[in-house]
Design a binder for this molecule. Structure first.
Ligand code: DX5
Ligand code: ZN
Length: 216
């Protein structure tokens, strides 16, 4: 499968959100990645459901929602109402992950599980068959523009091995510090979806950067 590109809106110009989303619509991006933070699970607050609601009619790409919040199971209905394609919850934030995954699917969305950099992929051994995607954080979640954690390449390789060994179709998405150099190595290691925030939105020509990431 050709890899997918999901620009992260966190690094967009919030005073010109419509312009930036329309640029994504015209681009070769496959999805739009949306980072919701609560100031508890991560030390930052981003944007919430009213913004997603606004994007619902504007954004032509499937919405890949990454919830960096405690108790994400409380908001399954709200996320589904925004028309989201994928709902990603953190492994570290879910006591009853199996139930949460089932709830996301029942609400009509694809279910993703996200791992913080310190959480080993072996913990997915008994849940991976139920999830549509695993999102590996290659920075500590909370901010855009951070430095890529090198170990993520090896971690991607191990997750690829687990998925192939089990004969599953689970996607691997990587989030944090992605650029052309790290992106290339992540794809070689088995990544299916690359999230890129600052590398896309802080670029002089975001459309070209998305094209270059897609061409890796
Ligand atoms: C970080 C977010 C990321 C962020 C990535 O907590 O989950 O999606 O936007 O930003 P970059 O690509 O700049 O590292
Ligand atoms: Zn994210």
């Amino acid at each position: 499968m050709k890899h997918l590109i999901a620009p992260s809106l966190l690094s967009a110009d919030f005073m010109n959100l419509q312009r930036d989303v329309e640029m994504i619509n015209r681009s070769e991006a496959d999805w739009l990645h949306l980072d919701i933070m609560d100031g508890v699970f991560v030390p930052n607050i981003s944007f919430g459901f009213p913004v997603l609601e606004g994007l619902k009619s504007l954004c032509e790409k499937p919405m890949d929602v990454h919830l960096m919040i405690v108790e994400p199971q409380k908001f399954i209905k709200e996320v589904a109402a925004t028309g989201a394609y994928m709902m990603n919850v953190h492994y570290e934030a879910c006591t009853h992950l199996h139930r949460t995954i089932a709830g996301i699917k029942e609400a009509g969305m694809k279910a993703g599980v996200t791992l913080n950099p310190h959480t080993p992929v072996c913990l997915l051994e008994d849940i991976i068959q139920d999830v549509d995607m695993v999102l590996l954080m290659s920075v500590n979640p909370g901010y855009g523009g951070q430095r890529f954690i090198e170990h993520s390449v090896e971690k991607t390789r191990r997750l690829r091995e687990m998925i192939d060994r089990k004969g599953l179709q689970t996607l691997i998405e990587i989030d944090g510090g992605v650029n052309l150099e790290t992106g290339k190595r992540l794809i070689e290691a088995g990544a299916d979806v690359l999230v890129a925030g600052s590398f896309v939105f802080k670029a002089e020509n975001p459309l070209q950067v998305i094209h270059d990431l897609k061409a890796l």
